[in-house]
Write a protein that binds this ligand. Structure first.
Ligand code: SF4
Length: 313
């Protein structure tokens, strides 16, 4: 099977940095003393390899400190709220902050907007670690220790409802919008438009990560050159799932594969009918996983004559 890679794919700067920090810490500290607060990144193979070297992944909501004195804890690339960080410090952990610098910008922006007395809308996934961390920065920035200063919206419909509800209660509210770093530009624009119907003066910050955008743009370009798409990466990874939906929005049959074992079988068709398959990968997918899937795809025999566009079921 012919396989074409996206122009940009795999580890982004923030994920690479988090893995490098963890490896450095594992290399210099007795193994059992290195923890991570929640999964360091969203990739099962990388986490398994770090765990084999001694990393212990704690539940981010109720971390249990290790028995030894001053254990190191690595804060994941997605960041944590100021409350969680303070809790870790109070438990005697030595913090190794692997929060992606771009997520740090979002956290500081959220705090500054709250300090201006704004209700901060966050466009993103309610239960995603990055969004929960940023929401904690809004709370930390609220004057007078009030809480509840942020509203998380997942799409334009939710944004419309949330804005209408806030407008009924506080028509003169000062508002702002920031984005989870991995949201698509189109979705963010639609959410901003829905909110601005009620709050036209809303401050909109573009906190979408360039690395995410580059991978999404490269995939859109790839979709014009292939018959089907495989997205390499974890189901837990928001930016990987986003790539999958972009490929499908581009009209391509698309699959998500955490490893070569997830690829659809060559037999029975339809997988083998595709002449050229595109391969892209989320920002937390390591090179060796991309390579493994690339080689497995190359080894799938195909009919060689059909292209998806010409084939009709
Ligand atoms: S996708 Fe962007 S924000 Fe997320 S870890 Fe990578 S560089 Fe940082």
């Amino acid at each position: 099977m012919d396989v074409k890679r996206a122009g940009v794919l795999g580890f982004c700067m923030g994920v690479r940095r988090a893995v490098d920090l963890a490896e450095a810490e594992l290399g210099r500290t007795p193994l059992a003393d290195v923890y991570s607060c929640g999964p360091l990144i969203h990739n099962p193979q990388t986490l398994a390899s770090l765990e084999k070297r001694g990393l212990v992944i704690l539940d981010e909501d109720s971390p249990v400190p290790g028995a030894r004195a001053a254990p190191a804890i690595i804060i994941r690339a997605h960041g944590v709220s100021p409350g969680v960080e303070a809790d870790l410090r109070s438990r005697g952990f030595r913090i190794v902050d692997a929060t992606c610098p771009r997520v740090k910008v979002s956290q500081n922006t959220a705090r500054a907007l709250a300090e201006e007395g704004r209700c901060v809308f966050i466009a993103g996934e309610k239960n995603h670690a990055e969004v929960k961390g940023i929401a904690g920065y809004v709370d930390a920035g609220l004057p007078g220790g009030k809480d509840g200063g942020c509203v998380i919206v997942g799409n334009a419909a939710e944004a419309g409802q949330a804005a209408s509800s806030l407008f009924r209660r506080h028509p003169g509210a000062k508002t702002a919008l920031i984005a989870q770093t991995t949201i698509s530009e189109e979705e963010y624009a639609a959410i901003a438009e829905a909110l601005k119907k009620h709050f036209p003066g809303m401050e909109v910050k573009n906190t979408i990560c360039g690395a995410t955008r580059e991978r999404q743009d490269a995939l859109r370009k790839l979709c014009g050159e292939v018959d089907a798409v495989v997205v390499a990466g974890s189901r837990e990874s928001a930016n990987t799932r986003r790539l999958l939906s972009i490929a499908r929005d581009c009209g391509k049959p698309a699959w998500l594969a955490e490893s070569a074992a997830d690829l659809p079988p060559a037999e029975p068709p339809p997988f083998k009918k595709y002449g050229v398959v595109g391969l892209c990968a989320g920002a937390s997918t390591p090179d060796d996983v991309v390579e493994e899937i690339f080689r497995a795809l190359e080894n799938i025999p195909n009919d060689g004559v059909y292209s998806y566009n010409a084939y009709s079921d």
